[in-house]
Design a protein around this ligand. Structure first.
Ligand code: ZN
Ligand code: ZN
Length: 685
């Protein structure tokens, strides 16, 4: 019948393949050359085929069919699912429900899967009412067989309702239906979902007693159960017993090891795999990322490309996160280009990862650009933008975005509010910060958590409102932790508030005796008040407890290579050139009246050792290196592991003015944008 349609339009050339035929047929329907598809079933089946079809055409053709039959709905929903448009499948279901279509169990099975995929792809949670509708259909079924029971158990398991899946399973056993291996797969995955090892073991014992044949799927479900529950002895046993180890089994094992942080076992297995798919790589990439082996993350990406595998959005998002963590904007940019060249499907999830990468790599302008281009935004996307702006000290724009978010009907969550409060704190917007904090329960239906109290302590402390800080700490419903006292101590140092600093430090020396920051801060507070006995005492305690100071480390990326600098380290191959540049810099700085703060130098204990001249600081070295190697129109982006010290902050501010360069420094807490002799932080950091 399709060739008929074509012979009626002789101006179309003869088509050699069914594919071309069908696409043209669809095209003619869409453009109105044919008003009604004559064999919609066949056409839709073809167009929704993920290998040869075209979901876009299928969509348009489907919309041209008046009163589509249940079969057509089913075909289309299935097609959406197969083409990874789980969300669309779910929307279609909603539409079907509105048109009072009676669904059958088969349709539900695909919806269950679509639902599971939507959950897995973080696109949304369970569709409201789906399982209840399914239950109604199930209840009305005259004779329920093992397949219909299995669908329900699977449905509950796939929709993330493990408890009900297990309950349904027990009910089925009670009414005397004999479960098959497919059903055991579902119930085991429900146990895995619940993390209920005890119940999982019971089911395992039960299936062995029933003499159920150990299929590959069943073995994988067992391995999955045991890895999810962290019982790697049992999961390894199930894995080793498989005569033919299928790819899924390898993947589950590797993923499990990675998730539990056993990266060594994971990589050992990974190396043994004869065949790998993108899922295997994705697990390994996340594993390496969590163990901070970023070089391996990127070399796996090269491997993926070399083997001709197609990275999916999860691969790319993980890589973007790796770029964000290492602050390498060049790599991030090339990934952005890769997404565009290889038409990787853009969605909220991927766009948010892209936005976050730019924000964390210092390119807030690019982050905004991505954000503005997003057609749809969820709470994660809005939050990433707000936090990004906050980190860069753009408090007011962050609050503007926050109010836009609310007027677009998206409800903020805990993390959004952390972004909002830190935006206020990094910009000194005390009133606004207090307002949002106090209104949390009323406007946003959120109870302030310790993180929110931390932001407030930070905000009030930076502003020097120590009475309010103390009141807040006394009235907060939870016990203040190290972060809270750390903020207090930091603020005390800036404002030279010695008595409160001592109080905070005493708490910290108990809560976090192993962290170097508290000793350093306390030492400096005593030193600037010339309380030398106390200062030396702090140093003694630090030595007695064997607390090591973290070395200051700054990095800068030039032509895709990361250059790292440690204070006083002369090992860089271009050190001589660097030293000459720093000397020239020193002369220019003196000309504009800069004098190093000698007092701090003499103390020899700050976040970074004062190595010889002040120019030994790592961030100054990185900036000087940027001046030599980057072209004048490129911003100099430096990442530092510690807080930027006062002296470096001043020097970089001056350098940005003298050399007319844009310099961006990311320190432990925030970004500093230096331009025209000013910094975006306006002294708040
Ligand atoms: Zn410094
Ligand atoms: Zn600054």
């Amino acid at each position: 019948m399709i060739p008929n349609a074509i012979t009626r339009f002789p101006q179309f050339p003869v088509f050699k393949t069914l594919k071309q035929c069908t696409q043209v047929h669809a095209y003619m329907i869409i453009t109105g050359l044919i008003l009604n598809p004559q064999n919609p079933k066949k056409l839709l089946l073809f167009l929704t085929d993920p290998d040869h079809g075209n979901l876009h055409y299928a969509r348009l053709v489907f919309r041209r069919i008046s009163n589509p039959s249940l079969f057509l709905w089913n075909t289309f929903i299935k097609g959406c699912y197969k083409n990874h448009a789980a969300r669309e499948a779910i929307d279609l279901y909603r539409e079907m429900r509105r048109s009072n279509m009676s669904l059958d169990m088969h349709t539900f099975q695909f919806l269950f899967k679509a639902c599971a995929r939507a959950v897995a792809e973080r696109e949304g949670m369970e569709i409201h009412g789906l399982m209840d509708d399914a239950l109604r259909v199930f209840d009305e079924m005259p004779d329920k067989n093992v397949v219909s029971w299995a669908s329900m158990v699977a449905g509950y398991a796939q929709c993330g309702r493990g408890q009900e899946a297990v309950r349904f399973f027990s009910e089925m056993i009670l009414v005397g239906v004999k479960p098959d291996s497919v059903l055991f797969v579902s119930v085991l995955s429900a146990c895995a979902l619940l993390g209920n090892l005890r119940m999982g073991k019971l089911v395992h014992g039960f299936l062995e007693r029933e003499g159920i044949e150990m299929t590959n799927n069943l073995a994988v479900a067992l391995i999955n159960l045991y890895t999810k529950c962290g019982d790697f002895v049992a999961s390894r046993q199930a894995f080793d017993r498989m005569p033919q180890k299928v790819l899924a089994a390898w993947n589950v094992m590797v993923d499990g090891y990675c998730k539990f942080g056993d990266i060594r076992s994971a990589s050992l297995l990974f190396e043994q795999m004869a065949e790998r798919d993108i899922l295997s790589y994705n697990s390994m990439i996340i594993g390496y990322m969590q163990s901070n082996q970023l070089d391996k993350v990127f070399s796996l990406f090269e491997e993926i490309k070399a083997f001709g595998l197609k990275p999916d959005k999860f691969t790319i998002a993980s890589l973007l996160t790796a770029c964000a963590n290492s602050g390498s904007v060049q790599r991030g940019k090339s990934l952005h280009a890769y997404i565009e060249e290889h038409s990787i499907e853009r969605d909220i999830f991927l766009d948010t990862a892209l936005l976050d990468m730019y924000a964390k790599c210092g390119r807030i302008d690019q982050a905004l650009h991505v954000f503005q281009g997003m057609r749809e935004k969820d709470v994660m996307a809005w939050t990433a933008m707000i936090s990004g702006l906050a980190m860069h000290g753009h408090g007011r724009p962050a609050l503007d975005i926050f109010s836009k978010m609310q007027s677009s009907g998206i409800k903020p969550n805990d993390i959004t509010l952390i972004g909002v409060l830190s935006a206020c704190s990094h910009t000194g917007l005390v009133k606004k910060g207090k307002y949002h904090f106090n209104q949390m329960p009323f406007l946003y239906n959120l109870t302030p958590k310790i993180e929110h109290y931390g932001c407030m302590v930070d905000l009030l402390g930076r502003a020097g409102l120590f009475k309010e800080v103390e009141e807040l700490i006394e009235t907060m419903p939870m016990k203040p932790n190290g972060v809270i006292w750390g903020s207090v101590l930091g603020a005390c140092r800036v404002h030279n508030h010695v008595s409160l600093a001592e109080k905070a430090a005493n708490h910290l020396l108990v809560l976090e005796p192993e962290k170097d920051a508290v000793y350093v801060l306390l030492y400096n507070i005593y030193a600037s008040g010339a309380r030398w006995v106390d200062a030396i005492n702090v140093r003694k305690i630090m030595e007695e407890r064997g607390v090591q100071k973290i070395a200051g480390l700054s990095s800068i990326t030039v032509d895709g290579t990361v250059h790292e600098f440690v204070a006083g380290d002369r090992s860089h191959p271009q050190f001589e050139e660097l030293e000459a540049e720093m000397r020239a810099m020193a002369i220019k700085l003196r000309e504009v009246g800069y004098a190093p703060k000698v007092l701090q130098v003499a103390l020899d204990i700050d976040e970074e050792e004062k190595e010889g001249a002040l120019f030994g600081h790592s961030e100054k070295m990185a900036v000087a290196f940027g001046l030599i190697r980057l072209s004048p129109d490129e911003p100099i982006i430096v990442m530092k592991n510690l807080r930027v010290c006062e002296d470096c902050h001043l020097v970089i501010k001056l350098v940005a003015g003298i050399y007319e360069r844009e310099i961006i420094v990311r320190d432990r807490t925030r970004f500093h944008h230096f331009r025209d002799g000013n910094c975006s932080c306006m002294g708040y950091w």
